[in-house]
Design a binder for this molecule. Structure first.
Ligand SMILES: Nc1ncnc2c1ncn2[C@@H]1O[C@H](COP(=O)(O)OP(=O)(O)O)[C@@H](O)[C@H]1O
Ligand SMILES: [Mg+2]
Length: 257
């Protein structure tokens, strides 16, 4: 199968410093891909480049085999992507209005918008918040609205940058659990950036570890976590010391130090 997104010889520079250096990377359709790495490794920069929100210094990005003209993706192409960040950045207005915004911009008929907003509020268990001012939500509620807003436009690919990192632990695991069901049902190709081993292990099938702007390891999540290489073990082994084993899912990891 053709990859949905392919990166070729991508570099990104800021202040004369190389932030990213990616000779080749691809995201197959239907993938639930994790991107993990230390603080400052370049995860968010890579996400922004792949989501066409920022242009690389050099290299080529292909979407379904077609080169994206550097820096100028068409509106059509942009609308195939959804992005949700750590900060939910909700707009003035109600929860309903916030979730409806993507469809409104696409000039979807009001009756269809209503149907879909109701459906996605139900999926994320926030129907009771429909009329609430989005600026008065708890962190967990706001992130549910944020994710519903990203999913309602039925993107071909969903980009998530640390969406659970600011949440307290019980709120995080409840939302991650709900989200896992939703994303599996929708089969949306998803790129999930996180520095957190528990989140990555729980949500992703495939994992890329990025260190100093380079992809140092790539493969099935379980295998990468079980067998860090020389470049990724300093980072992964720190996590393994503290990883709460009781939250492992499905196949147990055999974590050895
Ligand atoms: N526009 C920019 N200007 C200056 N430095 C930047 C810019 N964007 C990213 N960086 C730097 O690039 C590195 C990677 O940043 P980032 O992608 O945010 O890392 P991560 O998300 O893995 O924590 C950091 O050292 C950051 O300070
Ligand atoms: Mg980041």
């Amino acid at each position: 199968m053709k990859p949905l997104i392919e990166l070729k010889n991508i570099t990104y520079r800021a202040h004369d410093k190389n932030i990213l250096s990616i000779p080749h990377f691809q995201i197959p359709e239907g993938e639930l891909l994790g991107i993990m790495g230390p603080n400052g490794a370049g995860k968010s920069t890579l996400l922004k480049v792949m989501a066409l929100l920022d242009s690389p210094a050099s290299g080529e990005i292909l979407y379904r085999g077609q080169a994206v003209p550097n820096g100028t993706p068409s509106l059509d192409l942009r609308r195939k992507f959804s992005v949700a960040l750590q900060q939910s950045l909700l707009l003035e207005g109600t929860v309903y209005q916030n979730i409806a915004i993507g469809l409104k911009l696409r000039k979807v008929p009001k009756s269809v918008i209503k149907e879909k907003v109701n459906l996605w509020m139900e999926q994320f268990q926030i129907s009771h918040l429909a009329k609430k001012n989005a600026h008065f939500l708890s962190g967990g509620e706001a992130q549910r609205v944020n994710l519903a807003r990203a999913m309602i436009v039925e993107p071909e690919i969903l980009f998530l940058d640390e969406p659970f990192s600011a949440l307290d632990f019980p709120t995080k695991i409840k939302l991650m659990d709900d989200f896992k069901g939703i994303i599996k049902d929708s089969a949306t190709t998803t790129v999930f950036v996180s520095h957190d081993l528990m989140e990555i292990n729980y949500l992703t099938n495939t994992l890329a570890i990025i260190v100093n702007g380079e992809v140092k390891q790539y493969g099935p999540t379980q295998r990468v976590l079980e067998h860090p290489n020389l470049a990724t073990s300093p980072f992964l082994n720190e996590w393994k010391k503290f990883y709460p084993m009781s939250f492992r899912h499905e196949k147990p990891l055999s974590l050895t130090r």
